[in-house]
Design a protein around this ligand. Structure first.
Ligand code: ZN
Length: 195
């Protein structure tokens, strides 16, 4: 009995530091992976969050019901050009002819068809400029006023730089290009709702 106790004590003394080590390692790893998951959520497609469709400036989301992002604003590997280049907007995949609406009232300053970015519309007001690329059809005419929520056109895949139906959406604020998701508080709201 005495021998058995001593043996148990010796075994525990030998194992205890390893158990403590494993416990600490487990906690460190779980905190690390929680962090990775939070980052991952911010850089992958947050779906179906309706409440973020209005920005703090009262802009409405240009593609109601479609919040999934296939390509973010910033440096990225271009799927067609096969090089790293700056992506000046966000890409929102949606079926062909999904209605695109104007985020605010303004003037339709440009309507054109480019070989690379396809059918394009630009809308401006005193603070913002919005650019929409790759449209399948255009519902506005250059020079005409547009009100908030009015149809701009339909989602398409026109232009050689598109690989499928999506809206490319660029935003300028006071003549500086900005991350549209920051304007719409997209990540922040998503984080608030999910973490
Ligand atoms: Zn794009």
């Amino acid at each position: 009995m005495e021998m058995n106790k001593k043996f148990k004590k010796a075994v525990m003394a030998f194992i205890a530091p390893y158990l403590v080590f494993l416990l600490i390692a487990f906690f460190i790893l779980s905190i690390f992976f929680m962090g990775v998951e939070v980052l991952w959520e911010q850089f992958t497609s947050p779906d179906g969050i309706e409440e973020i469709t209005v920005s703090s400036d009262g802009l409405i989301w240009p593609l109601p019901g479609y919040n999934k992002i296939s390509s973010y604003y910033g440096l990225r590997f271009h799927p067609v050009k096969k090089v790293y280049s700056f992506h000046d907007g966000i890409d929102l995949p949606a079926p062909q002819d999904t209605k695109i609406i104007s985020p605010s009232s303004g003037i339709v300053t440009k309507v054109y068809n480019s070989s690379s970015v396809g059918k394009t519309v630009e809308i401006e007001n005193t603070e913002y400029r919005f650019v929409f690329h790759h449209l399948n059809y255009i519902a506005v005419t250059q020079g005409s006023p547009i009100s908030k929520g009015e149809e701009v056109g339909g989602v398409g895949t026109t232009g050689t730089l598109s690989t499928g139906n999506h809206l490319h959406f660029t935003v300028y604020k006071n003549n500086s290009r900005v991350n549209p998701l920051e304007i719409y508080n997209f990540n922040k709201e998503y984080a608030k709702a999910n973490i």
